[in-house]
Design a protein. Structure first.
Length: 195
């Protein structure tokens, strides 16, 4: 959740961008580009056109600046556009894939391996890779509605309230989707944790 000062600053940037201030729009893009690219990658997978989708999200955002409510946080508004755009793409392409390995924004590769530390032996690293592939496959198999809610909650750190605003759903529905998505993931991954 953003603090009030950040919300006000970003809201002012949007207001200025809506009246034609290109520098303010560029500032918003700078603030959210990595997050939108990461979200698009996770929704459509590495083989999908995530970079193109992220750019298209900002084009749609620019077109929707006049519909932004001043004083509201920018992130939920932008994630709503991103969610709708990625979901539309998936419907058109029928490519229900999502990457669970976070890419390093500097192009250094998967960050999970960096966090693993030097103490992991090759067998442990292979096991982690196997688990990551299994989780990836389980996420790929989830319906978009569950996957999107799970990513927003667990990956993006959004609250139930923010997700409800983004998806234009009641909070109870958001909680149910996250709960059902977790259940389906647990069922799909049960073999990994069975003795």
């Amino acid at each position: 959740m953003q603090d009030q000062t950040t919300t006000e600053k970003e809201s002012e940037l949007v207001r200025q961008a809506a009246v034609g201030d290109a520098a303010c729009f560029e500032r918003i893009v700078d603030l959210y580009a990595t997050r939108m690219l990461d979200y698009a990658r996770r929704m459509v997978g590495r083989s999908g056109p995530a970079e193109d989708l992220a750019q298209e999200i900002f084009v749609k955002f620019h077109s929707a600046l006049d519909r932004f409510e001043p004083g509201r946080p920018v992130a939920p508004f932008l994630y709503r556009i991103a969610h709708n755009h990625c979901t539309d793409y998936l419907r058109r392409r029928r490519l229900p894939t999502v990457s669970i390995v976070r890419e390093d924004p500097d192009g250094g590769g998967p960050t999970e391996m960096e966090h693993a530390g030097p103490c992991l032996d090759p067998e442990q690293m292979a096991l982690r890779a196997e688990v990551a592939e299994a989780v990836q496959a389980a996420l790929d198999a989830l319906p978009d509605t569950y996957r999107s809610a799970l990513l927003m909650y667990h990956r993006e750190g959004m609250s139930y309230e923010e997700i409800a605003r983004v998806l234009d759903l009641p909070m109870g529905t958001v909680k149910a989707r996250i709960h059902r998505g977790r259940e389906r993931l647990q069922q799909s991954l049960a073999d990994l944790v069975a003795p």
